[in-house]
Design a protein around this ligand. Structure first.
Ligand code: FCB
Length: 442
């Protein structure tokens, strides 16, 4: 094995990513809490409950963990339903709470990246039709103005909306997130309304804070044809990628939302990103299939033999990380990897996944692709939406009943990477020895 270090550029942001509903606990005023009350909605009838008890103050100890782990950044989100508990009411104490949290990040030298919408909506907003409401962008903009005005002294990087494509598909096509619909046309309408909302938020933020850096966290799923030589497989792969990956970011680049059913102009969306937030987890094989008309005549599956995460939710496909970055280059923006990680309670796969995905990120850096940071999903095990607590993505293990945290080896691995601003052969030898020859051949 060769002795070497894959260095990252000076000033690279190293963080972990979290979302309010997944970590705060007791978010009783949003549509997710309501959704969890029906046990059939969440695996094993799990509930978010206290989550990681950040609202009870445990953000302090977890930010200590992030800082002790040599991170220099941290991605959090703020909960709309706390800040605006009713359409005509703001909760200043909630804003003060977030100010305290943001000060807590600054005191620990952690650069904050703040998401304004991460899957959860106030119940009152959901009752007004949520993202199907044609006025949703105006309602969202009001919340964004209030929040950014209160928090701007502490935040330069804003994520307006987390994974608009995942949100629209899970909530309106697959029926797995509230409101649990399965309506393709509605899904595309919601995607369009989210693009409008992002654009409104982008301009509102810049009006309040001209120097802010504003983007979206886009989820890119890598699709590869089952048989590269078979035109029908290639065809459906391209369609999947266009519909899932391309519609939203292209809308923000061009000001045109082009879905399979519609084409709408949103001129104010054109050029409305200052950086490109990229969430990458896995890759699918796609085969043409007459048996799956509802899924665009495609059958998606993980490559047989691929290493799977503990519940089979993800396949370890590190080269997809590189492809994701290559894909994101078309938008000609600086790139932040805003999420990447794997569910793994035993921490067997995580060190391997982490090393390989960072190696692929470094390959991209090496071509001078403008990658400015990496945020691992996630710091401490949290409530994973419709999968409840069955999936453990944390560098730290959490027992939600006792709130006890326990460090996984990957936390030490990541801490060494953050300290070194690089991935060394020594670290790989220590934490993921099976990769030594692959990553550092003689
Ligand atoms: C992403 C979500 C995040 C988390 C990870 C595992 O799609 O943005 O909240 O659930 O998946």
């Amino acid at each position: 094995m060769a002795q070497a270090t894959f260095h990252f550029p000076r000033g690279f942001l190293w963080g972990a990513a979290t979302a309010a509903h997944q970590v705060e606990g007791n978010n009783q005023n949003n549509d997710w809490w309501a959704w969890e009350q029906d046990p059939s909605h969440i695996l094993q009838g799990h509930k978010s409950g206290l989550a990681c008890d950040w609202w009870g103050g445990r953000w302090r100890e977890d930010f200590d963990r992030a800082a002790d782990g040599n991170q220099n950044a941290q991605r959090i989100s703020v909960e709309w339903s706390r800040i605006q508990p009713a359409p005509d009411r703001w909760d200043e104490t909630a804003l003060d709470f977030y100010i305290e949290m943001l000060r807590g990040l600054r005191e620990r030298n952690l650069t904050p990246l703040v998401t304004l919408h991460h899957f959860s909506n106030p119940i009152w907003f959901a009752e007004m039709g949520g993202w199907e409401n044609e006025e949703a962008h105006l309602i969202f903009e009001k919340y964004v103005r209030k929040t950014v005005d209160a928090l701007r002294d502490y935040v330069n990087y804003w994520v307006t909306i987390n994974e608009p494509n995942v949100y629209a598909f899970e909530a309106y096509l697959f029926g797995l997130f509230p409101p649990g619909k399965k309506e393709p046309l509605t899904t595309m309408r919601v995607l369009t309304n989210l693009a409008r909302a992002h654009a409104a938020a982008y301009h509102a933020i810049h009006a309040l804070q001209p120097a802010a850096r504003v983007g979206v966290a886009h989820h890119y799923r890598d699709f590869k044809p089952a048989k590269a030589w078979f035109p029908l497989d290639r065809g459906v792969t391209g369609i999947n990628s266009k519909v899932f990956n391309d519609i939203f970011p292209r809308a923000l680049a061009t000001g045109i939302v082009a879905t399979p059913f519609s084409r709408s102009k949103i001129p104010q969306a054109k050029g409305s990103q200052d950086y490109f937030g990229l969430n990458y987890y896995t890759r699918d094989r796609v085969a043409f299939s007459l048996l799956h008309p509802g899924e665009l005549f495609s059958h998606r599956y993980y490559q047989p033999g691929a290493q799977l995460s503990a519940t089979g939710f993800l396949a370890n496909e590190p080269e997809g990380m590189y492809d994701a970055i290559r894909w994101a280059l078309q938008f000609k923006l600086p790139i932040l990897v805003t999420e990447n990680g794997v569910e793994d309670p035993e921490d067997q796969l995580r060190p391997i996944y982490l090393a390989q995905h960072l190696h692929q990120t470094w390959r991209a850096v090496n071509f001078n692709f403008p990658i400015k940071g990496y945020f691992h999903w996630t710091l401490v095990d949290n409530f994973e939406w419709e999968r409840g607590w069955t999936q453990r993505f944390g560098l730290w293990e959490l027992d939600p009943a006792t709130q006890k945290r326990r460090k996984r080896p990957s936390a030490d691995f990541y801490a060494e990477i953050c300290r070194e601003n690089g991935l060394s052969s020594e670290m790989v030898q220590k934490y993921a020895p099976s990769l030594s020859e692959e990553l550092f051949p003689d």
